[in-house]
Design a binder for this molecule. Structure first.
Ligand code: FMN
Length: 193
């Protein structure tokens, strides 16, 4: 199976980077073909500009968007790995979605409503956050994060959300708990793909 991993964290020594390494290594061990798009390393330009909209509308998609769309088009599964920032996606990843999941590529409007142009692909998300998991679960934030990403981005475009892991208290939970989280990442990859 072809896998695209879109990764958004500025520090190579972060826990998110350890999640990236664990995910890629588990996928490769299972014989999958993996492509990683590290948005900070690529210095991805995340702002959807008026010129982008005009270019996309006239079929002249800018080359940096086209490159990323080619990776999306050719993959069977997309995994997003990112920390929760202000209860959502880091701006660089939000901008990737704004620009790459464009009208006419990821979705369009038809007579029967929305055409989900990425149907047939699978989607997996791994998030970390600072707030304890129980607090986010209890206040409805976990559900909110899941609905806006699994449904609002994946399902909206036809991608089937297969799993969404959220790890809380990451900055202060300690080494052993972090190791357990990485084990959970590996086990989940082994189970769902
Ligand atoms: C700009 C910014 C915004 C953040 N917003 C949130 C937030 O809304 N909720 C939360 O629980 N943690 C928030 N955090 C904490 C990060 O999610 C947390 O430090 C990160 O997931 C830990 O993983 P890392 O060590 O790989 O960075 C924020 C951190 C930053 C830098």
């Amino acid at each position: 199976m072809k896998h695209l991993v879109v990764y958004a964290h500025p520090h190579p020594e972060s826990f998110n980077h350890a999640i990236l390494e664990t995910t890629v290594s588990a996928l490769e061990k299972n014989g999958h073909e993996v492509e990683v798009r590290d948005l900070y390393a690529l210095d991805f330009q995340p702002v959807l500009k008026p010129s982008d909209l005009k270019a996309i509308k006239t079929g002249k998609t800018p080359s940096d968007i086209k490159i990323e769309q080619e990776f999306v088009a050719q993959t069977d599964a997309i995994t997003l790995i990112y920390p929760i920032w202000w209860t959502g996606l880091p701006a660089i990843l939000k901008g990737y979605i704004d620009r790459v999941f464009s009208y006419g590529f990821a979705y369009s409007y038809g007579e029967k409503g929305i055409n989900q142009l990425l149907a047939g692909k699978k989607g997996f998300i791994i998030n970390t956050h600072g707030t304890p998991k129980e607090i986010y679960d209890e206040m409805g934030m976990t559900a909110g994060i899941k609905i806006t990403s699994d449904m609002g981005i994946f399902d909206f475009t036809g991608i089937e959300p297969v799993e969404h892991l959220l790890f809380g208290s990451v900055p202060d939970i300690g080494e052993e708990a972090l190791k357990d989280m990485l084990k959970q990442v590996e086990e989940t990859v082994n189970t769902i793909f």
